[in-house]
Design a protein around this ligand. Structure first.
Ligand code: ATP
Ligand code: MG
Length: 557
């Protein structure tokens, strides 16, 4: 087990307390062994990241192992593309699995186990249809009814099960079911289906099988085969634990300890793979890695760091009760990380031209700019200053609201790292919009070296027009307008303004060499990273996250 960047163990949680106790009583004679068991039917989301950090974190801190196991028992929904994306995402989060395994590798063994259960009289072939099985199952308040096929002889069951495998029966006409208890208060124990007939090509086993094991049957036996000591899953499987243990005990094989924890729910965030798939298929978002998606690949593309996601997983902890975490917590983890590491740059997203009338026509000055005030070693760079600049449209108001300390007619403002300028006149177009501002500058007010004692309340950012480079910047907002986008009409809560594309942005020249995925702070605006769509000819940036209290802070300086 390795983790590339972290060495401090995570704080204790109830899962770790259970493991500590197991170590104390020597419940297992082997080392601790966990697994992360995704079904490859979609891309991983931030909820999966919680499970990944938990499972791999435990293996790391207990000197144990963690497998990556694909629970690939449902061929109609699974694809190699998903397998590949899952591996990439786990690695990107900073974890390396000990073994890459597939439930489908155990199909033969699982079949043998099923035969053993039939021989013990603990499983039978049932001819009820899916609908009938559901009707016979009963409800929480009504007991179930036994299948008329429940008392078939072992001999007949063995034959029928073999014929199921040989493809003698059409899809859906027979199942293999565990023979447990139709009166059990736990519905999972009412003769659950173990195998179904399904002619679907599997991404690994091809057409070798036309019967496939159900999740509940395959999962526990796969854990057992791998000698997983602690099978950590989400709370909805608590009611499945008796079944998990029933199979294993009837088979007399290695028994892992299943432990359930609360899944991650995040405000304003959809956390169901099935629905995320719908967003992709219905082209509501552009792809699984659309930066608005709560997928790990979406966060990666947007500019999130793996460190920030791991930190988030640590801060939310692991609990036994469901709750919803504020998405602001995730954003804060990200800001804390980027604040320390992201170089500062100047960028103007909605440019407004400023001409400094008393500045020499062809003069270009190279001014000192600090790369990262949070990081002494980040150094400084030179940025060009000249007669014609761009500032942000928002940083000028002809008629200023109260407490507006940016540029207004007749007033002064400081240009960051440069001079104090004063707005002398404005030029408007036919529609009455301000298109150009004429200013004068005070050459004694140069940042750092100027002799003037003059102070102004506002500082704004800018870029020099002739050296500026053009870029597209994509601004993202929440994908959903409500905290909990659930229910059948969840799509009603989609935010129609979740993406804003700005095509006329002006950046300081250093950004010309920005590499895909590189992250920056654009001063006063937020954190941005280079999108995959970016080319040498056309730079494209994503806004990863806004700054908090940005210009409130800068204006005080
Ligand atoms: P979804 O409900 O989004 O389709 P899933 O549970 O079906 O997810 P799996 O591929 O089965 O997806 O999940 C792999 C592992 O990740 C499981 O152990 C599951 O418990 C865990 N997991 C899934 N969603 C969350 C979540 N929101 N929070 C924590 N763990 C999760
Ligand atoms: Mg699942």
């Amino acid at each position: 087990m390795e983790n590339k960047t972290e060495t401090t163990p995570e704080p204790k949680n109830f899962v770790r307390e259970i493991i500590d106790e197991h170590i104390r009583i020597q419940r297992f004679d082997k080392h601790i062994h966990t697994r992360f068991p995704p079904e490859p039917n979609g891309y991983l989301h931030i909820g999966h990241a919680k499970s990944i950090c938990l499972n791999f974190g435990i293996a790391r801190d207990y000197n144990g192992k963690c497998n990556l196991r694909f629970d690939d028992t449902n061929p109609s929904k699974e694809e190699v593309e998903y397998v590949d994306s899952i591996k990439e995402d786990v690695r990107w989060l900073g974890f390396q699995w000990d073994s890459e395994l597939y439930a489908s590798d155990y199909f033969e063994q699982l079949y043998e186990y099923a035969v053993q259960l039939i021989k013990k009289g603990k499983a039978f072939v049932c001819d009820l249809t899916g609908d009938e099985i559901r009707k016979y199952r009963g409800t929480l308040t009504e007991p179930g009814k036994e299948s008329p096929y429940r008392n078939r002889s072992v001999h007949e069951n063995l034959q029928l099960f073999q014929q199921m495998r040989e493809g003698k029966f059409p899809d859906g006409t027979k199942t293999l079911r565990a023979k447990i208890d139709m009166n059990s208060p736990n519905i999972n124990l009412r003769d659950p289906v173990m195998y179904r007939i399904l002619r679907a090509t599997h991404h690994r086993t091809g057409d070798a099988w036309c019967i496939y094991p159900m999740y509940d049957y395959a999962h526990g036996q796969s854990d057992s085969i791998e000698k997983i000591t602690h099978s950590i899953c989400t709370l909805e499987f608590e009611d499945h634990r008796p079944l998990y243990e029933w199979f294993i005990k009837e088979l007399g094989i290695f028994l892992p300890q299943q432990i359930e924890f609360a899944r991650l729910n995040l405000s304003y965030t959809m956390m169901s793979k099935r629905r995320l798939l719908q967003l992709v298929e219905e082209k509501i978002v552009n792809s699984w890695d659309d930066p608005r998606m709560p997928t790990i690949s979406g966060f990666r593309r947007r500019g999130y760091t793996p460190e920030s996601i791991r930190e988030f997983a640590e801060r939310i902890g692991v609990a036994k009760r469901d709750n919803t975490i504020d998405v602001a917590l995730l954003e804060n983890c990200l800001r804390d990380d980027l604040n320390k590491h992201a170089p500062r740059m100047m960028a103007v997203l909605k440019p407004l031209k400023v001409i400094i009338d008393n500045y020499p026509d062809n003069q270009v000055e190279e001014l000192d700019a600090v790369n990262n005030p949070e990081d002494e070693n980040a150094g400084s760079r030179k940025i060009p200053f000249s007669k014609t600049l761009y500032i942000e449209q928002d940083d000028f108001k002809e008629i200023p609201p109260p407490k507006y300390f940016r540029l207004t007619p007749g007033n002064e403002v400081r240009l960051r790292y440069a001079y104090i300028i004063k707005c002398e006149s404005i030029v408007k177009n036919d529609r009455g919009e301000v298109v150009e501002i004429h200013c004068t500058y005070d050459k004694d007010t140069k940042s750092g070296t100027g002799t003037s004692q003059k102070k102004v309340k506002g500082t704004i950012h800018w870029v020099s027009a002739s050296q500026a480079i053009d870029a597209e910047v994509r601004l993202y907002d929440r994908l959903f307008t409500v905290e909990n986008p659930s229910g059948d009409d969840w799509k009603k809560y989609l935010n129609p303004n979740s993406l804003e594309v700005l095509t006329n942005c002006k950046l300081e020249p250093h950004l010309a060499n920005a590499k895909i995925q590189e992250r920056f702070q654009f001063e006063r605006l937020g954190y941005f990273s280079v999108d995959y769509d970016s080319t040498k000819e056309k730079l494209v940036f994503n806004r990863t996250v806004t700054l908090k209290d940005t210009w409130a802070k800068i204006e005080k300086k």
